[in-house]
Design a protein around this ligand. Structure first.
Ligand SMILES: Cc1cc2nc3c(=O)[nH]c(=O)nc-3n(C[C@H](O)[C@H](O)[C@H](O)COP(=O)(O)OP(=O)(O)OC[C@H]3O[C@@H](n4cnc5c(N)ncnc54)[C@H](O)[C@@H]3O)c2cc1C
Length: 445
């Protein structure tokens, strides 16, 4: 039986189980999740849809530069399959265990977004299990184009992606990175603008530490390099990138450069240096690290060990290009991120996304923070998260919903196109078998 035949068989079985059993319209996924809601994620439902096995590549078409893949396949699986043909997804999220479906409905980004938009912009077609139990195929120009454009930021509330076809790009085996250091935010933004207006390579991102130490890294494919660096041994990638000059990496290592240290969250202290040197490769990934931190958090909570002066700030905000200098300046002048970097990632969306309403063709800056920051004395819970949320929305920006939101339902509707969402819900989930987006991300149900 071919992988496609197996897929069709699994798909039919899933629908039958859903329609005939007492199955909730939720994923019963046993693998990794990349949701990061403060105070914990919703419980995983054992009575949900059994989709773990929807994790295969169905076909890579090197001529058309496309891949047909099941919805729970991880980006690691996809990159492995496509690189055999010298191809890569247009946007490959940096954490290996993010899945195709998760990246479509939860907004996937990477340093190629200045050229190709978001992960969902490279989707040609998606097969979706609706809460009604019906399967529909949607694309930019078929009768379900409204669903297609509403998948990004829907978090599974309109349906689950069981299969998708993605556009790919030609890729070399090696990447050359050029780091440029800036000592003020305005010049930093000028540097980004120059690179976007006259792109010389395939990748562009920044890491900044304060308003006098800001790095812009541009990357391009090359065919030969003297000495590609490893992301698994020695100093973590972000430390290697904290200097002006050139770095060479294998393309696959570049894509997953932040994965072994979950950005910069594996501490840079003696015991962890030994861990970096000796741990088997299978432990050097974000999935292992996430399990470890969740266990540590549970133990700390049992022992009531909590540092009230620190705030976990794990968020991505997107602001219009002409407000980015102000946003970055506010951050660097007001927030003590304790020596860790923030990420600046330029994005030019390619297609309209109904529930993540940004303007196609317009430049935006995505700013990400993935660690602890120091709060002011007596600062309330989620102190900086709330301040930055307000500033971002005031600037006409938006933020990803894998992390917590503190908006009221009315405010949420205004930012994420609630009016249109309700109509789509009526059309694709008339019996309300799935949660609403607000219930799922704000109330964490
Ligand atoms: C610390 C952190 C760092 C991040 N860094 C990056 C990054 O570098 N690059 C990037 O692109 N993204 C990043 N993200 C965001 C990430 O891409 C999204 O959170 C994405 O939704 C995670 O996908 P997942 O496969 O892990 O899905 P899960 O975490 O398992 O699920 C996320 C949501 O998507 C829904 N979902 C999952 N699969 C499907 C499906 N097949 N069909 C429909 N709905 C589905 C689930 O119901 C759930 O609501 C980061 C998130 C965190 C927390």
């Amino acid at each position: 039986m071919t992988t496609t035949q197996k897929y069709l068989e699994k798909r039919d079985r899933l629908v039958t189980d859903y329609l005939t059993g007492n199955v909730q319209f939720r994923l019963a996924k046993t693998g990794m999740t990349n949701l990061f809601r403060y105070g914990g994620n919703a419980r995983r439902e054992k009575s949900g849809l059994m989709v773990d096995d929807f994790n295969h590549v169905l076909n890579v078409d090197p001529r058309a530069a496309t891949i047909d893949v099941e919805g729970l396949a991880t980006i690691e699986t996809i990159v492995e399959a496509t690189m055999q043909h010298g191809l890569l997804p247009k946007v490959s999220p940096e954490l290996k265990h993010i899945t195709v479906g998760g990246a479509i409905v939860g907004i996937g980004i990477e340093s190629s977004c200045f050229l190709h938009g978001f992960f969902h912009d490279s989707v040609l077609e998606a097969e979706v299990l609706l809460p009604t139990g019906q399967i529909v195929s949607c694309s930019n120009n078929n009768e379900h184009a409204d669903l297609f454009h509403a998948l990004p930021n829907s978090f599974g509330t309109l349906g689950y992606v069981l299969r998708a076809t993605l556009n790919l790009i030609r890729a070399g085996n090696l990447v050359q990175l050029t780091n440029t250091k800036y000592d003020n935010v305005a010049a930093y933004m000028d540097g980004f603008t120059g690179q976007i207006d006259n792109p010389e390579g395939e990748f562009l991102e920044g890491l900044f530490y304060n308003n006098k130490e800001l790095y812009l890294t541009s990357g391009r494919f090359i065919s030969q390099a003297a000495d590609p660096i490893s992301i698994y041994r020695g100093a973590p990638y972000y430390k290697k990138a904290r200097m002006a000059g050139k770095i060479y990496m294998r393309t696959v290592d570049y894509i997953f450069r932040f994965d072994p240290d979950w950005f910069w969250n594996v501490p840079d202290t003696g015991p962890y240096e030994i861990f970096r040197k000796l741990a088997p490769r299978r432990w050097r990934n974000s999935s292992f690290y996430t399990r470890y931190t969740r266990l540590k958090r549970r133990i700390c909570s049992l022992l009531r060990m909590h540092n009230p002066d620190e705030e976990e700030l794990i968020q991505d905000w997107v602001v219009p290009w002409d407000r980015a200098t102000e946003f970055i300046s506010f951050i660097t002048e007001n927030i003590d991120i304790q020596g860790q970097p923030w990420v600046a990632l330029p994005i030019v969306p390619q297609q309209p996304a109904t529930l993540y309403p940004l303007e196609p063709g317009r430049k935006y800056m995505n700013i990400g923070c993935y660690c602890f920051v120091r709060k002011p004395d007596q600062g309330q819970d989620y102190y900086y998260t709330k301040i930055l949320d307000r500033l971002c929305f005031k600037m006409g920006g938006i933020k990803m919903l894998y992390s917590s939101t503190f908006l009221t339902e009315n405010e949420f509707d205004a930012v994420y196109n609630g009016e249109r969402y309700r109509l789509l819900k009526q059309e694709y989930d008339p019996n309300a078998r799935a949660l609403t987006l607000y219930q799922k991300v704000a109330a964490k149900l």
